[in-house]
Design a protein around this ligand. Structure first.
Ligand code: ASN
Length: 478
């Protein structure tokens, strides 16, 4: 079901929040063994749904009345374990809710469970999880993308109407593309990061998944907005649902030349063309734009992200809340706890980041990456002088097979080419399904100017209305 339908039916008294939650829990029990989308089911989900019903009886008007939400397991939930798919946090039960969780609860949503991810959100396939890989509901031999693969798979298979993920370099958009759902990465600062376990703090943003633009907007209106607990959050009120009714006529979309040149599969290019044709029919103008420094984005991203990660992950030393190993003295305990608590990709990233920041190498690596970041930002500014919104494929290929890239980290990193630049520049990016290739979904990415997030929803809604929206159907889990 769509979240907006649930809200309507619950408010009309046609269904109770408990019935809705029970229905989803049954589906999860049925299908999660095949998908491994959830790490933990919230044992309190039904009683939380009952509490929502009680609030409605008291007359509260709740924008997400009775909507079950799946939450990526790197967003902290009070009393419900939050593992980051890592052995190091396997038993960590947070004493507080992230701001987004608090806002969801206030809005009447029910936290259904915590979804699988690549450990600490580091990966593009959801295979680097201490709890095993998540599978793509369109083809169980394929990955759902990552790192928010569990949230994407859950929404695609309707094991939740909507979900939250986090996006540092594409972790919401790429899995959304691989599973045929909508995924959105807001402008840096529009959604509070308080309670999101930090990976790369200058890039991380929480973002929603849904099977309709309206649901995506409903969620954004609840989770976005300033938060005194996150100094980087911005004083900009969310107006996403309102933006669904705005007009697209007269807008200009810039096709990013470099992203459309090499490496895309035919199905991905067809999806871009299809999107263009549909939108031209609605009066949108298309021009070609260039981002010459896009070729440095991946290198810059993997330096900035790993450098920040090496610092952020220093806290998991076995002394406070993470996995603790044995040892002769404190240093040995810390070293062993980290070596045993972290999986291979996290260790690789911490090593790369520590190296990039070390004295003697700092200027050559981290310093240079910051310069490239600046150039990328300037390229975007120039492109936005010619167009209101930019267009690229979200990912150059549809979902790949399980195991296909785990032995080759570089090949894995390459699936992020089009998404990482958006995080480096702090811009909003929306992935929307626009076609398929051999039965697998493919998607386009819309990139907006900073703080013009809502415009992407206007375009997405127009595309959804103009097409038959059959691409938003529930995945078969086969
Ligand atoms: N975390 C992300 O946004 C995904 C990216 N593939 C990474 O591994 O860093």
């Amino acid at each position: 079901m769509h979240a907006h339908e649930i809200v309507r039916r619950v408010r009309a008294g046609e269904m109770s929040p408990v019935e809705v939650t029970r229905r989803y829990l049954e589906r999860v029990t049925d299908l999660n063994p095949k998908l491994n989308a959830y790490i933990t089911i919230n044992p309190e989900a039904l009683s939380e749904a009952e509490a929502v019903a009680e609030r409605m009886r008291q007359g509260e008007a709740l924008p997400l009345a009775g909507v079950p939400v799946a939450v990526k397991d790197n967003i902290v939930t009070r009393g419900l374990r939050t593992t980051c798919a890592s052995k190091s946090l396997e038993r960590f039960v947070p004493p507080y809710d992230a701001t987004v969780i608090q806002r969801l609860r206030e809005a009447g949503a029910v936290i259904l469970g915590k979804t699988n991810l690549d450990e600490f959100a580091m990966g593009s396939s959801c295979e680097y999880s201490h709890f095993g890989a998540t599978r793509n509901p369109w083809d169980l031999e394929r990955v759902p993308g990552g790192s928010s693969g569990g949230s994407a798979a859950a929404v695609a298979a309707d094991l939740a109407p909507v979900a939250l993920g986090s996006d540092t370099g594409g972790s919401v958009r790429q899995p959304a593309a691989f599973t045929g759902v909508l995924g959105f990465k807001p402008t840096y600062g529009r959604v509070s990061r308080y309670g999101l376990v930090a990976f790369a703090s200058s890039l991380d943003q929480i973002g929603p998944f849904a099977r309709s633009t309206r649901d995506l907007a409903l969620l954004m209106d609840v989770i976005a907005g300033p938060d005194p607990r996150d100094a980087t959050s911005l004083e900009v009120p969310p107006r996403f649902v309102e933006a669904l009714e705005a007009r697209v006529e007269g807008l200009t979309i810039g096709m990013v030349k470099e992203a459309l040149e090499a490496g895309n599969t035919p199905g991905v290019l067809e999806a871009v063309e299809r999107f263009r044709t549909v939108m031209e029919g609605l009066g949108v103008r298309f021009v070609e734009v260039s981002l010459p420094s896009l070729e440095y984005a991946l290198a810059a991203y993997y330096l900035v992200a790993t450098s920040e990660a090496s610092s952020n992950l220093a806290r998991y030393d076995g002394t406070l809340f993470s996995y603790r190993s044995e040892g002769e003295d404190l240093v040995e305990v810390m070293m062993r706890s980290r070596a045993e608590g972290f999986g291979p990709e996290v260790r690789r990233r911490v090593l790369m980041g520590t190296f990039a920041l070390s004295s003697g190498y700092y200027d050559a690596y981290y310093g240079k990456a910051l310069k490239a970041r600046r150039r990328i930002y300037q390229d975007f500014e120039a492109a936005f002088a010619q167009a209101d919104v930019l267009l690229t494929p979200t990912s150059p290929t549809p979902a790949f097979k399980l195991g296909e890239k785990t032995q080759d980290p570089l090949a894995m990193y390459l699936s992020d080419t089009n998404t990482v630049a958006v995080n480096l520049a702090g811009l909003p990016g929306l992935s929307l399904p626009a076609g398929n290739e051999d039965g697998l979904p493919v998607a386009v990415q819309l990139i907006g100017r900073a703080l013009e997030d809502e415009r992407l929803f206007t375009l997405s809604m127009a595309f959804e209305r103009a097409t038959d929206a059959a691409y938003l159907q529930v995945a078969p889990v086969a």
